[in-house]
Design a binder for this molecule. Structure first.
Ligand SMILES: Nc1nc2c(ncn2[C@@H]2O[C@H](COP(=O)(O)OP(=O)(O)OP(=O)(O)O)[C@@H](O)[C@H]2O)c(=O)[nH]1
Length: 305
């Protein structure tokens, strides 16, 4: 294809925590890149996923969900979202449909538009996600309401879960991107390094396995990522990482009686890391206490925020 007819650009997915941004990214890439859990605020950093087809390359920026910042960590997460809005060519505002009287959270949608999307000055489309949750007529009314109220370039209703209208979303995005040559080779799914995804897998397992405040008080740091025995085909990668918590009581919960919970965490994470890397690994997890790490700017910086 002639470069002049090829579309390539950056698209930021923004929305509330739990809107389904990461699920949509994974659906578009047909690959589990961004971690997904039923808990809000799973995504803490920008995840770049690259969608390829014969006419376009869409560099998707999956962003942390927009929420009321309660601590320095949240400020840093929101700054990541702001930066993505500055870097992108197009915004996809993701608004989830919901069961019940209100078809979507109108107050939050207004805030998303007035405080985040419009001030960026970028062109935007709205994707009503979770369309599988409500009847077709509710979806259709919600699309009309969004169009009249927020005046996006286009509105579509998708389900990141069952895949409906995902092609239509790509068809809406493509003509709104700059005509440009691809930025990345067509076998690259993300610009983030392997070790980043290893940390994310461990974080996802923590979100899935522990309750209450534990996932939110935890960070994962990869201390060492080393290939062993280069000429040995059975070689194992050595991955040493730290699970950072705020208090000793949280450490005890992560470790569990006789180390059982930590062992389970390690086993679940290792299995998925081996699938990702397509090679065996030794995974060592240490639990470290860093009081109030979410409030300490220097620690947050050292963790990549
Ligand atoms: N029914 C339904 N559920 C969905 C859909 N998309 C996502 N979900 C669910 O919604 C929850 C949150 O999805 P995520 O993709 O983690 O949402 P997110 O916007 O990235 O969330 P944060 O990380 O909090 O910003 C998960 O339990 C998903 O399975 C959808 O289209 N339909």
């Amino acid at each position: 294809m002639e470069p002049s007819s090829f579309s390539c650009g950056h698209v930021a997915f923004v929305g509330a925590p739990n809107a389904g941004k990461s699920t949509l990214l994974n659906r578009l890439l047909d690959h589990k890149l961004s971690i997904v859990t039923p808990k809000p605020q799973t995504t803490r950093k920008k995840i770049t996923g690259i969608y390829h087809d014969s006419g376009s390359q869409i560099v998707i920026l999956d962003t942390p969900g927009i929420m009321e910042p309660k601590q320095s960590l949240h400020e840093s997460m929101l700054e990541i979202t702001r930066r993505s809005l500055r870097e992108c060519d197009l915004i996809v505002g993701l608004i989830p449909m919901q069961k019940g009287e209100e078809p979507f959270d109108r107050a939050f949608a207004t805030e998303l538009l007035d405080l985040w999307i419009r001030p960026s000055g970028k062109p935007f489309i709205i994707a009503l996600n979770k369309a599988d949750l409500v009847p077709e007529s509710t979806v259709s009314d919600a699309k009309n309401e969004i169009m009249e109220t927020f005046r996006p370039i286009a509105v579509t209703a998708v389900s990141a879960l069952d895949g409906r209208n995902i092609d239509e979303l790509v068809d809406l995005i493509r003509p709104l991107l700059p005509l440009d040559e691809p930025l990345w080779p067509d076998d690259i799914l993300s610009t983030e390094p392997e070790r980043f995804f290893v940390g994310e897998i461990i974080r996802e397992k923590i979100f899935l396995m522990y309750g209450r405040e534990i996932p939110y008080s935890t960070e994962v740091v990869i201390d060492e990522f080393k290939e062993q025995h280069e000429n040995d085909p059975r070689r194992k990668e050595l991955i040493r990482c730290s699970v950072i918590v705020e208090r000793n009581s949280q450490k005890q919960i992560i470790v569990g009686a006789g180390g059982a919970a930590l062992k389970k965490l390690g086993q679940a994470a290792r299995k998925e890391i081996e699938e990702l890397l397509d090679r065996p690994v030794y995974l060592e997890i240490f639990v470290k206490i860093r009081p109030d790490w979410r409030k300490k700017k220097n620690l947050l910086k050292s963790y990549g925020y």
